[in-house]
Design a protein around this ligand. Sequence first.
Ligand SMILES: [Zn+2]
Length: 408
Amino acid sequence: MNCRHCRASLEHVFLDLGFAPPSNAYLSDADLKKPESYYPLKLFVCAHCWLVQTEDYASADELFSNDYAYFSSVSTSWLTHAKRYVEMITPRLGLGKESFVIEVASNDGYLLKNFVASNIPCLGIEPTASTAAAAEKIGVPTLSEFFGVALAQRLVGEGRQADLIIGNNVYAHVPDINDFTFALKVALKPGGTLTLEFPHLMRLIEHTQFDTVYHEHFSYLSLNTVSHIFAKAGLRVWDIDELPTHGGSLRIYGCHIEDARPSTPAVSAMLAEEKRNGLQKVSTYLAFQPRADKVKNDLVAFLVDQKRSGKKVAAYGAAAKGNTLLNYAGIKSDLLPYVCDAAASKQGKYMPGSHIPILAPEALIERCPDIVLILPWNIAEEVVAQLKSLENSNAEFFVAVPQLKVVG
Ligand SMILES: [Zn+2]
């Protein structure tokens, strides 16, 4: 296999998690009677451009099916994050009624609704039909299509280049990162700005976040690698923010390569920090798998101990990262009988692969578990605060990543 960005041949495995079903393929009762599709879940690192990437396997169509259940507006902290971003970027770029904003992967309009409220013209691009329909319903103009060069050229033809293009948690999820980046170049007005947010590979390595690996997450990105991908498409990173989201993300600010804007010192500082952390050395990547294995082994041993001592265990948060962890660790309902989740769209279904049933959070009141394992560790504090108000038991809350520990 060759690198999706620079076409160099890929020789170094960064992480091998065996085989797993798509992490968002939640199962119904009827699905449990059918065979389930598993794909290899293996990451390579390119020793030429340092793009960490999934092994090639299945088409994007299968993974992003129309019943894909995630609606961004379910998460109040994400809504707050989006609102703050709009309040920051609007004055920074001087956006107004004459401007045009595009968000790629605009989901249910969770972010663009803030521009609509300020009368700033905008357009969402969202291939998932159900979330695109939800956005239209709240007055956010949305195209239900995949973003790529063809669509970008169509927008140019309609005179709709953007002053601002936003991509939150989509850049790492596109199969063809070169085409996507070139599409950003085409759709961006001269003098325009684009911002992309993605989990930062440096933090993934630092905090052993191997459970953020899943098939739909094609690329694992450093600023250094993104700078190369941008340069090839005629774009340039001129500023960055570090964000706490998803265990440590980067928000990068891009412009056309010929734009006169100077780059901020934050860009060169981060490039230097990545280099200091070994992100341009193969040995850094080869040292990662044993650390992932330790997290897995510690969790399995912990759950076996709880079972032997007669403790009642539950999990909270039927998130994609939970599926990666449970499937890699081979944990099934004998060790973890159920997972609670606030999203009604997941309740009554089963986790892919492990087939652990998903229940409403009220099950924690009825069943009074001794131990609650929080799978989405990135929102553990928020979840513990909610659950402590929900139930009056003495349950202990744990996360498994970056190491098994008590939270709250
Ligand atoms: Zn490469």
